[in-house]
Design a binder for this molecule. Structure first.
Ligand SMILES: [Zn+2]
Length: 212
């Protein structure tokens, strides 16, 4: 009888991957990230989740979506901090989640790539565009090297169409003038989801009444 040969090492080993969840504000990116990480936890996989420590909205050490879903995470001030945290672990995670990834510098790209190269499933969520509708920080490179991209859309506050843009609204100009941030995290009333047609480039427009 023929012996059943074992799968060669290169087939059985997890090849690792990068998944990007992106879209404008209020599109449910964090919710989708939490959903994927939860499923991995249910499957008893080792899951780590990081977020930039500047994201102080809601709970401190949790990532929390606008719809109040939450998952415990590790706040870090830089991409390098994620790297040193992982280097201090005896075991790599099966799944590595990073929320608000657009706020990290380009080193996050190399870290995500290196982790995926070691068999980790890396899932990142972030804004693909800033409030001027320009590609945001490391997002273009992350999108390019990823295996999977999920674009989620919000609902345009002006017309109800699917929205891909984050419009900065005028009543928060005072706050923005004091801040060098491209997006003020947590100031959910300072931005509105808009479709292409209703988005006004580079202008702080008056807030519009919600269509709902
Ligand atoms: Zn619209």
């Amino acid at each position: 009888m023929a012996q059943v040969s074992r799968l060669p090492e290169f087939v059985s080993r997890n090849p690792g991957s990068i998944e990007v969840i992106c879209g404008p504000m209020f599109s449910g990116k964090t919710e989708e990230l939490i959903r994927r990480l939860r499923r991995a936890q249910i499957a008893r996989q080792r899951v780590f989740c990081f977020k930039p420590s500047r994201d102080t909205r809601y709970a401190d050490a949790d990532i929390v979506s606008h719809s109040a879903q939450h998952l415990s995470s590790i706040p870090v001030s830089s991409a390098v901090e994620i790297e040193s945290f992982l280097n201090n672990q005896s075991l790599l995670p099966d799944v590595l989640g990073i929320d608000e990834v657009q706020f990290f510098d380009d080193r996050i790209v190399g870290i995500a790539d290196a982790m995926a190269g070691q068999g980790v499933r890396v899932i990142v969520a972030g804004l693909d565009l800033d409030y001027r509708a320009e590609p945001f920080g490391p997002m273009p490179r992350l999108l390019a090297i990823s295996e999977s991209v999920t674009k989620v859309l919000a609902v345009c506050i002006a017309c109800g169409a699917p929205a891909s843009r984050s419009q900065r609204v005028a009543h928060d100009c005072r706050v923005d003038a004091q801040s060098k941030d491209r997006v003020l995290v947590g100031a959910t009333d300072a931005y509105e989801a808009r479709c292409r047609r209703c988005f006004i480039d580079g202008v702080d427009t008056p807030s519009l009444p919600n269509v709902n």
